[in-house]
Design a protein around this ligand. Structure first.
Ligand code: TTP
Ligand code: MG
Length: 359
């Protein structure tokens, strides 16, 4: 197999394992190893997700809660806490953005990252994954492939805690004999219509004559389906928004107490941020800091200047003043510096588009 570093494009799909349940288990570790179900309590409630132990009893996402109770009476039912899941998700996605330039967040627990051009794509993902585990306590499964489709199907193969890399040929070998319905985007109705054409498997779909598919599905969907059957996919990551801000942040190995202890890391962050912005000719008018305390509360402060800058001395000075004024009341876990309101200079020519960084 050609090593992924030499593929023209390389993508990973990162999908958290049993996401809502895993988040709940962090604050209720006594439930670890038990069948756990996150579901509301109303008469029409459905299961949002079930632990792998509960899945063995046939309880899955979208199973009605009443049915889940019958299937697995000993399961522990936990009420969903979406705000908490959102904030855990933001931490995970923030870490991915720390590690990778281009990240496309698909849902609370799933994101694509673009690994194209990285020298060691596998190692980069493993490092990010280890940090997600050490910082957030959460496991994920990763699929790596030459396109988004293969990355996605690969991520599902060895859940939980999977790590599967497939090139085009390996993906075709692996999925060729399976029902075409395993391909995301080929739903049950399409499977049925394909069945009428005697097309059952992924390989048969990929080998089907284009004219036949066009006759059955039209000039757009027909060729699209055939491409899916070949595990071909030309989509780029969707990161259309120009970045409006840029930040650098760091999570400390040990929490730091007091403003003095934070000065060296603050200087380092401002230096890195201004160097990178300077290199691209980008400047911004709003300087901000982000402070996460040991209780995981996150605080931001910002000030807008009369004119845009990428000047290290000025950025550091403002960041210092903001930090002094905030005066962290508890030990600090994470510190960030941000410059927002970027002017367009340097972006058009040298844009590295990515989702807006949240700080
Ligand atoms: P998934 O990634 O589909 O599932 P999961 O993370 O729970 O498990 P897996 O290990 O198989 O990836 O969905 C992510 C979260 O989205 C899930 O934890 C709960 C929520 N969700 C729902 O609320 N309803 C649903 O029907 C699905 C599929 C997910
Ligand atoms: Mg998941």
């Amino acid at each position: 197999m050609i090593p992924p570093a030499q593929w023209p494009r390389c993508y990973a799909l990162v999908d958290m394992d049993a996401f809502y349940v895993s988040v709940e288990l962090l604050r209720r570790p006594e439930l670890r190893g038990l069948p756990v179900v996150v579901a509301g309590s109303g008469p029409r409630a459905v299961v949002t997700t079930a632990s792998y132990e509960a899945r063995r009893y046939g309880v899955h996402s979208a199973t009605p809660a009443s049915r889940a109770r019958r299937l697995c009476p000993q399961a522990v039912f936990v009420a969903p806490d979406f705000d908490h899941y959102r904030s855990c998700s933001a931490r995970v996605m923030g870490l991915l953005r720390d590690h990778f330039e281009i990240v496309e967040v698909m849902s609370l627990d799933e994101a694509y990252v673009d690994l194209s051009g990285l020298e060691r794509p596998r190692a980069s993902v493993k490092r990010a994954r280890a940090e997600i585990l050490s910082t957030c306590g959460l496991n994920c499964s990763v699929g790596i492939g030459p396109n988004k489709l293969i990355a996605k199907v690969a991520s599902d193969l060895e859940k939980p805690n999977g790590f599967v890399l497939l090139d085009q040929a390996a993906a075709r070998d692996r999925f060729g004999p399976l029902s075409a319905g395993v391909i995301p985007g080929v739903g049950p109705k399409t499977v049925q219509r394909l069945g009428a054409l005697r097309i059952e498997t992924v390989a048969q779909l990929g080998d089907a004559e284009e004219e036949r598919l066009i006759a059955a599905f039209g000039p757009r969907l027909g060729p699209h389906l055939r491409a899916l059957g070949r595990l071909e996919d030309r989509r780029e990551l969707d990161t259309a928004r120009l970045r409006k801000s840029e930040s650098r942040e760091t999570t400390f190995d040990r929490d730091l107490r007091g403003v003095e202890a934070l000065d060296a890391p603050l200087r380092d962050l401002a230096r890195r941020l201004c160097d990178d912005m300077g290199a691209r000719g980008a400047r911004g008018q709003t300087i901000g800091i982000k402070v996460r305390l040991d209780d995981f509360s996150t605080h931001t402060r910002a000030r807008t200047l009369p004119s845009p800058t990428a000047d290290y001395v000025l950025v550091l000075q403002v960041a210092r003043e903001l930090l002094l004024a905030f005066d962290p009341p508890r030990p600090v876990r994470l510190l960030g510096v941000r410059v927002a309101g970027l002017d367009q200079q340097g972006q058009a020519l040298n844009a590295r588009p990515q989702l807006e960084l949240t700080i």
